[in-house]
Design a protein around this ligand. Structure first.
Ligand code: HEM
Length: 298
């Protein structure tokens, strides 16, 4: 039988498999050279990645504030949220609120290892003992798993909200799954669910599965997780664009609109907020993707 304590003090398989990991230097502690880089340009890139991580984490709560502000606008089904029949505009508002909250949480969830210095590619825990490293990494794994579980629930309720708002006999029926956003949305939800199930089956230790999985599975998990984050970024962009089309963001002009910046004030305020929200999501997508990148030694 496998000793459950064994993998808490020994070096994880995937960390040993990391090309930069120096097992001879210390067979249990994380290596000081575990990313195989020591040149100035490489450490400059690592510093940039740290800055990107911080920016992205700061933008997470900002995106939740912005989406809350957006749905409180009159143009958004009267403003606010509801779960009542006959109030489909406000029932719908749960959809962006929950999806963007889930995205903001996912953003934290995918960055916890980098932010805490417990990613296999980092050397920031070089001075800490293997025990301290394992304990810290264990906490990060719990946060990571809890966030993905919360996201799963938020995604389900967000989908219920949009289907409920489209199938309301009092407010009037609206077709389902007709837009490009909804198709890409189904794709991202399917990938997310698959990643979630495989993640639980491979890394949770449930059902006798190895808590650490295999290095191959870990690499695939990291790659697909990053891809899902990018896909979710794109889906939110499409969703915002879809809703803006219903609100109507344009203004009337009686002459060629040669200096659109001068007419900025004519754009409805709900659209200004959603444009800002979209830009924040775009920035989160970029910063997180950059923070998670594994650059070769240069
Ligand atoms: C990753 C996040 C998101 C996913 C996975 C997602 C997924 C979906 C899906 C599958 C539908 C189809 C539901 C139906 O047809 O009844 C839908 C509808 C919709 N979503 Fe999203 N959504 C996301 C975020 C957003 C955001 C942030 C907005 C911004 C308001 C939004 C706006 C809409 C709109 C307007 C509809 C109804 C029209 C349509 O079917 O396209 N979505 N979404």
């Amino acid at each position: 039988m496998e000793d459950p304590k064994a993998d808490e003090t020994s070096t994880p398989d995937w960390l040993q498999a990391n090309p930069g990991y120096n097992a001879t230097e210390d067979s249990s502690a994380p290596s000081t050279q575990n990313d195989g880089r020591d040149s100035t340009s490489s450490s400059f890139l690592q510093r940039l990645q740290k800055i990107a991580t911080i920016i992205s984490l700061l933008l997470s709560p900002i995106s939740i504030i912005l989406v809350s502000l957006w749905v409180s606008q009159k143009a958004m089904g009267g403003g606010g949220v509801s779960w009542k029949q006959g109030d489909s505009g406000r029932v719908f508002n749960w959809h962006p609120v929950l999806m963007i909250t889930a995205y903001a949480l996912m953003n934290v969830g995918v960055l916890v290892f980098r932010a805490s210095g417990t990613s296999a590619y980092q050397s920031s825990l070089a001075s800490s003992s293997a025990e301290a490293y394992s304990r810290k990494r264990g906490i990060m794994k719990s946060i990571h798993g809890t966030i993905w579980s919360l996201d799963f629930i938020f995604g389900i309720v967000a989908m219920l909200a949009v289907f409920k708002s489209h199938n309301d006999p009092i407010s009037g029926y609206i077709a389902n799954l007709y837009s490009f956003h909804s198709w890409v949305g189904i794709l991202v939800l399917s990938f997310f669910t698959l990643q979630f199930i495989i993640g639980i089956a491979s890394f949770s230790g449930l059902g006798g599965a190895s808590r650490l999985g295999t290095p191959l599975l870990m690499e695939i998990h990291k790659y697909t997780g990053t891809y899902i984050h990018i896909l979710a970024t794109a889906t939110i962009m499409l969703g915002i664009q879809e809703k803006e089309g219903f609100i109507g963001c344009s203004y009337t002009v009686n002459a060629p609109d040669l200096f659109p910046l001068l007419n900025y004030g004519l754009i409805p305020s709900a659209c200004k907020i959603s444009h800002g929200l979209g830009l924040v999501i775009l920035a989160m997508g970029f910063c997180t993707n950059f923070a998670l990148a594994r650059f070769p030694a240069i």
